[in-house]
Design a protein around this ligand. Structure first.
Ligand SMILES: *[C@@H]1O[C@H](CO)[C@@H](O)[C@H](O)[C@H]1NC(C)=O
Ligand SMILES: *[C@@H]1O[C@H](CO)[C@@H](O)[C@H](O)[C@H]1NC(C)=O
Ligand SMILES: *[C@@H]1O[C@H](CO)[C@@H](O)[C@H](O)[C@H]1NC(C)=O
Ligand SMILES: *[C@@H]1O[C@H](CO)[C@@H](O)[C@H](O)[C@H]1NC(C)=O
Ligand SMILES: *[C@@H]1O[C@H](CO)[C@@H](O)[C@H](O)[C@H]1NC(C)=O
Length: 937
């Protein structure tokens, strides 16, 4: 990461400078002063009245005016962001979630947009329409419509995609307290993410500086659409009046400003200090601001009393004016803060200096301390969080999927945010969907990405709601926005349609309503009882015989495929599945499976119309190599890069590292995955270089390595990366060629001999289509020389769709990781984005070319969500992938691609709903190889 050079400070934009500059041109008169309500003394002081007294008085009177929109704002018929030439648009026949009535208001009707604002909502007749020319009509056909999504926490534009030198403008390393910095100064107008993120329905993002500093600087809220001016400034919504030095009528109320704060580990780590140092840095900064504010207040008290003698200039300081504005209640403070200890420090700080926090962000422990949060000065902070991204460092270890509902139960406002590109904000709505799945009420879940963040920002007078007079930021969805995979069919920003010829994937009819999510009340209570760390182990069924009743479908493995083995709707009867020691003995109607002969010792589980399916496999992260990724002491660590002369020579010639030797059991991510039906993990050694080593297949639910069935296969595949940073790509290819041709010693030689023979798959981490093409040629070259067939798998493979035909012909397999692509680097930037931007997604494009496709995850916390990832891939594929095909993506296909010899036979029982939706809840794992049924819950 490079440090940005500071710009020379220029004193051009402060309020007082503006006032002084104008002072010279405005005629001063006593009459003007008395009209401002000042009594002037007819004595010596009379002559001391400065020439710009009127301006000073105006400035002083405005000093404590709080931000608000102009009084008549909602009467506007044209937006300040209106682009002349934009035709009026009529969205006909929509189901409109307006955001009003705490998110309970739904209107069926039309929406009329004109000049960048919403003009009418409801059934709109001809008499109204004839007042408008050239109206563009979009027939929504009853589809769900919401306000544009608002991301309260994004680094879009300041941490751009693809990542290039100088594209990380989020953090300054020039001090701990830097309230004078502005994210706008780093806002790249060419971030590839803008278009993608709009395609997910996000219309507004609050672009925050990073968290390396206690006070990282000022944030700016932008609309994501391209502007005619093509400038950073043109993207900003309601810029503070003084931002560009233009004089604005001082009678106008000020506009909200935004600022980033961070406490806890990040600033402490960056400045090798401690939490004590960080809080002191805050106090020192706030004390500086407090003194300036006091001087200003004293000055203004005198000026307003007409005591001009010796008053001098208005006290101000360009570096501190923004922090002074925080103390004046004119800045929304966004505070990155996780743990109770840090929240406590900030709550004290707010009371010491009397300012309020708009929102605590990340805030993984806030649900444990609701009463503390309510002690913060002023308005109780909102909580801006991830749904399930947690446990990546100590501060996040107690993060809970139930936090959103617990906070809401305590009357705290919940916002779901992306921290883009930590999460790709294209899928910010998915955060709200997951929060809903785990128990946040549907009205609050939708509000958490629309009305609530708009209100927290102070922009609810114009965004976050569908109301006449609000900005024309509207999303038309292909399904209910809380249904898995909901995708925009059109997005309006400032009344301008953003999607040209959008592609639509037809969704199942059940996706048009709010999903009926499971009841997690007991789990949420346990989470509080155990301070965020509830036990996650499952319990074994008490009987050898378990009978699942009211089963609507059963999917099973058959050879290398998945097939539906039982369907209640075809059989016209709710099914019964009899399981003995983890194996299915019988399925069908009661008459098909007589229960005689099993004795009395039978455990019954009613699946309430749910299903039984093959369990899933997680691949791609460091699952089971650490408990807390960011904590070295909990971590197996990274393999040394042999291209840099590592690992150490004491290991002898050509050692190959095995992940099995570093496995750790009962990590929370593994147990959560098990409880979500991901019963097997395949993990390679962690590597940032060329050669990672040999992966292992293990059970995510096992108590330790020596338990029966804990390790399924100690060596599954060999893992290398050809786009590591250590040496040139061409050098890495040369090394790989040499190794495939037998040019190594010891274990490395024999491992590569197995690869060449085709008995050990070679998994190459690669994103670029150019490197994949080279690898396909290398495979042919070696196979030609040796007359063998190499099992080659590309992992990562963002650009694989470009070579779909060639990859299929070469018999190469692909693991897409992440399963929904993001153009994070130059080598991965040519993605196939899927609907609405392209007809196919990458999975469908590869499958159409007979490529065996699996999906992976990048970070272990997301292993538990694999069922949603595969479902989503199928939902995007417009019928090209069946439910069975979707399950195969994270089961049998991964077995093939990663060299699992003995098929995984675990099954998962899901109550109410299916494995692939937001309605089902995993209640049991059926393990034939361990001879048990494990109960979840
Ligand atoms: C309506 O559209 C036509 C054709 O695009 C254009 O010539 C005309 O100026 C438009 N009228 C208005 C009022 O915008
Ligand atoms: C609105 O759309 C629904 C669903 O397509 C349709 O049944 C209904 O007739 C439409 N109503 C109007 C007024 O067009
Ligand atoms: C400066 O800001 C004002 C008020 O927002 C705006 O009207 C004006 O166009 C801006 N000027 C420039 C040069 O961006
Ligand atoms: C099966 O489950 C469905 C869905 O919950 C329910 O409507 C139905 O009444 C149940 N049938 C039986 C026989 O329990
Ligand atoms: C895929 O495989 C099927 C069956 O082997 C074959 O009919 C089809 O032509 C193949 N498609 C492509 C694009 O290679």
């Amino acid at each position: 990461m490079e440090k940005a050079q500071p710009h020379p400070l220029r004193r051009a934009t402060t309020r007082a400078t503006v006032v002084r500059a104008l002072g010279a041109t405005i005629l001063f008169s006593l009459a003007a002063i008395s009209s401002l309500g000042i009594t002037t003394q007819r004595t010596a002081a009379h002559t001391a009245v400065p020439i710009n007294a009127a301006q000073i008085v105006q400035q002083c009177q405005a000093l404590n005016v709080l931000p608000s929109p102009p009084k008549d704002f909602h009467l506007r018929s044209e937006s300040d962001r209106y682009v002349p030439g934009t035709p009026p648009a009529l969205i006909r026949n929509a189901t409109i979630w307006t955001g009003s009535a705490s998110g309970h208001d739904v209107v069926v009707g039309d929406i009329l947009l004109d000049k960048g604002v919403i003009r009418e909502v409801g059934w709109i007749g001809e008499s109204v329409l004839k007042l408008y020319d050239n109206v563009t009509v979009l027939d929504a056909g009853g589809a769900w419509v919401t306000p544009g999504i608002v991301d309260l926490h994004s680094h879009i534009g300041v941490g751009s995609a693809p990542s290039l030198r100088g594209s990380s403008d989020t953090n300054s390393r020039k001090g701990l307290v830097l309230p004078w910095l502005r994210s706008l100064d780093g806002l790249n107008t060419h971030d590839d993410a803008y278009r993608l993120v709009i395609s997910g329905g996000v219309t507004t993002a609050n672009v925050l500086p990073g968290s390396a500093d206690a006070i990282g600087g000022q944030a700016f809220t932008i609309k994501l659409r391209p502007t005619a001016e093509r400038s950073s400034s043109a993207m900003v919504i309601e810029p503070p009046h003084t931002l560009n030095g233009t004089h604005v009528d001082p009678a106008l109320p000020p506009r909200w400003r935004q600022m980033k704060h961070a406490c806890g580990e990040n600033p402490s780590r960056v400045y090798s200090g401690t939490r004590m140092d960080t809080i002191w840095a805050f106090r020192e900064g706030y004390e500086t601001a407090r003194k300036i504010k006091h001087e200003q207040d004293t000055y203004c008290a005198k000026a307003l009393r007409g005591e001009w003698t010796g008053l001098g200039d208005f006290p101000e300081n360009l570096q501190w004016e923004a922090l002074v504005d925080v103390l004046r209640g004119r800045v929304k403070v966004h505070n990155h803060c996780y743990e109770a200890v840090d929240l406590d420090g900030i709550v004290r700080l707010t009371n010491e200096f009397k300012f309020s926090i708009a929102a605590f962000h990340h805030a993984h422990e806030t649900y444990l301390v609701p009463d503390l949060l309510k002690k913060a000065y002023g308005t109780t902070p909102a909580i801006a969080m991830f749904a399930t991204n947690a446990r990546y460092k100590r501060e996040a270890y107690r993060g809970s999927e139930f936090a959103a509902r617990i906070l809401a139960d305590n009357d705290l406002r919940v916002v779901m945010k992306s921290d883009h590109s930590v999460l790709n904000s294209r899928y910010l709505l998915y955060e709200a969907q997951q929060a809903h799945y785990y128990g946040l009420a549907s009205n609050l879940a939708l509000a958490s990405v629309t009305t609530t963040p708009a209100t927290v920002l102070g922009y609810d007078h114009r965004i976050g709601f569908i109301k006449p007079g609000h900005d024309a930021d509207i999303v038309v969805w292909d399904s209910h926005p809380l249904a898995l995979g909901a995708t925009p069919t059109q997005v309006f920003i400032d009344g301008i349609a953003q999607l040209k010829d959008p592609h639509v994937s037809k969704k199942p009819s059940g996706h048009q309503r709010i999903p009926k999510t499971p009841d997690f009340t007991k789990e949420a209570e346990k989470t509080l009882e155990y301070e965020g760390l509830p036990p996650l182990e499952t319990t074994e069924a008490t009987s050898d015989i378990v009978i699942f009743t009211n089963v609507s479908s059963v999917y099973l493995r058959q050879g290398g495929r998945i097939r539906e083995a039982y369907s209640a709707s075809e059989m016209r009867t709710a099914g019964l599945v009899v399981v003995e020691k983890g194996s299915i003995q019988c399925m069908g109607a009661l008459s098909d499976c007589p229960l005689t002969g099993y004795g009395m010792d039978i455990q019954r589980i009613n699946l309430e119309g749910g299903s039984i399916s093959p369990s899933l496999i997680s691949y791609g992260s460091q699952l089971a190599l650490n408990h807390i990724n960011g904590e070295a002491s909990t971590n197996d660590g990274a393999v040394g890069d042999p291209l840099l002369g590592k690992p150490p020579s004491v290991l002898g010639e050509g050692p190959v590292i095995r992940a099995v030797d570093g496995l750790q059991f009962v990590t929370r991510d593994a147990l959560l995955a098990y409880r979500a039906g991901v019963t097997v993990g395949i993990t390679a050694p962690t590597s940032y270089g060329f050669l990672a080593g040999l992966s292992v297949a293990f059970s995510t639910g096992s108590p330790h390595k020596l338990a029966a069935g804990a390790v399924l296969q100690d060596v599954t595949a060999l893992h290398v990366a050809t786009d590591s940073w250590t040496l040139s790509v061409s050098t890495q290819i040369a090394v790989l060629r040499n190794l495939l041709q037998g040019g190594a010693e010891g274990e490395l030689k024999s491992v590569f001999a197995s690869v060449v023979k085709g008995s050990l798959p070679l998994v190459v981490q690669v994103q670029s289509a150019d490197i994949m093409a080279t690898l396909i040629e290398l495979k042919k070259e070696i196979e030609g020389e040796r007359g063998t067939s190499i099992k080659l798998t590309f992992s990562g493979a963002n650009e694989a769709h470009i070579l779909a035909k060639e990859i299929g012909e070469a018999g190469v397999g692909v693991i897409l990781n992440p399963s929904r692509p993001f153009p994070g680097t130059w080598k991965s930037r040519r993605i196939l984005p899927g609907p609405p931007l392209s007809e196919q997604n990458a999975v469908a494009a590869l499958v159409a070319n007979n490529v065996t496709v699996g999906i992976g995850i990048e970070e272990q916390w997301s292993a538990r969500s694999t069922r949603f990832d595969i479902a989503w891939a199928a939902l995007e594929a417009n019928g090209a992938l069946s439910t069975a095909d979707a399950i195969a993506l994270a089961s049998v296909n991964l077995e093939t691609l990663l060299g699992v010899k003995k098929p995984v036979t675990d099954l998962v029982a899901v109550r109410h709903g299916s494995f692939l939706d937001f309605e089902g809840k995993v209640v049991a794992v059926l393990s034939a190889h361990r001879g048990v049924v494990d109960l979840v819950g």
